[in-house]
Design a protein around this ligand. Structure first.
Ligand code: MLT
Length: 312
């Protein structure tokens, strides 16, 4: 007697190519707007769950699965929305898609960097409001400026390569990166304080962990060069939002391109005139989403087949 096909719940939009891989293997249900309660009621019928960043896979989800859930696939890199200790406790694998959206995230970082240097978003809003403010929107040049990359992993190093193409002097801080890998890209690894105190632009690329949570806080902002511009295509949580608003109001930080986590609602940061935000668009290119969909579908199928252990 053949065993029934595994049921795979996809709770956020996944590229068609990935869905095809999953459908060849199991029974796939795409339910995109489940409330936390609905996810918990549905999960006991599922062998696998595939999410992006919008689904919180909390301890409750693992409890509600009654031991059936064997793998959670994160269609992206960051797994901060999955309770890893609960996953381990309940014997559930967590796999991610570690490579397919690297370039998309780096390109988004560069887009924010250039948009910020030249006030593109603010000037666009101004002209759409019927104004003509050439003097107000004089920008700054990127060539010759120092860019500090905080977190020299896959995305950080791709941002570094591109920034060097813009003629920037690139330094990086990463407690885990090897100096020769950085040198290979023409980047000098420096201490945290040296990076934040010498940079004209700072680009954040570290994962959100208990150690990096609110790493950019009042103390950090007291060390930066006055007028520094900050790009965050990592997680909103690596910055203390209230401290950042204080630094923006004081002119210590001149501009921020931020990768906002939902929901922005009445956020003073999002509304600040020197901040440009996008709704978690770093990985959102057609190419990256197709690549991520295939990468995560293959990882989940592999895990259900018992072919791999956790990659996340
Ligand atoms: C990631 O961690 O790779 C991104 O958050 C991907 C996404 O947009 O879901």
């Amino acid at each position: 007697i053949s065993s029934p096909k595994p049921t795979i719940l996809v709770s956020e939009k996944l590229g068609e190519a990935g869905l095809r891989v999953l459908r060849d293997f199991g029974h796939v249900e795409c339910l995109y707007d489940l409330s936390p309660d609905d996810l918990c009621s549905k999960i006991s019928d599922c062998d696998a769950l595939i999410v992006r960043s919008g689904t919180k896979v909390s301890r409750r989800v693992f409890e509600a699965s009654n031991g059936r859930l064997k793998v959670v696939g994160r269609a992206g890199v960051g797994i901060d929305n999955v309770d890893l200790s609960a996953a381990t406790e309940f014997g559930c694998l967590v796999v991610n898609a570690p490579t397919a959206n690297t370039v998309a995230a780096a390109e988004h970082g560069i887009a924010l960097l250039a948009a910020m240097a030249r006030n593109v978003a603010q000037a666009d809003a101004s002209i759409k409001a019927g104004k003509w403010e050439r003097n107000k929107y004089v920008g700054v040049s990127m060539v010759g400026k120092t860019l500090a990359i905080m977190g020299f992993g896959k995305v950080g190093s791709e941002v570094a390569r591109r920034a060097k193409g813009l003629g920037m002097h690139v330094i990086a801080h990463d407690p885990y990166a090897a100096a020769d890998r950085a040198r290979g890209v023409g980047v000098e690894l420096v201490s945290f304080d040296q990076a934040v105190s010498t940079a004209d632009f700072i680009s954040l690329h570290m994962p959100l962990t208990p150690t990096t949570s609110k790493l950019f806080n009042d103390d950090t902002f007291s060390k930066v060069k006055k007028g520094v511009r900050i790009i965050n295509v990592a997680r909103g949580g690596v910055i203390d939002e209230e401290a950042l608003v204080r630094a923006l109001d004081a002119g210590v930080v001149a501009q921020v391109g931020n990768y906002e986590e939902p929901p922005p609602k009445d956020s003073k940061l999002v509304q600040h005139e020197n901040v440009i935000v996008t709704p978690h668009l770093g990985a959102s290119t057609k190419e990256a989403q197709e690549g991520v969909a295939i990468e995560i579908a293959e990882a989940v199928v592999g895990a259900l087949n018992g072919e791999l252990s956790a990659t996340a």
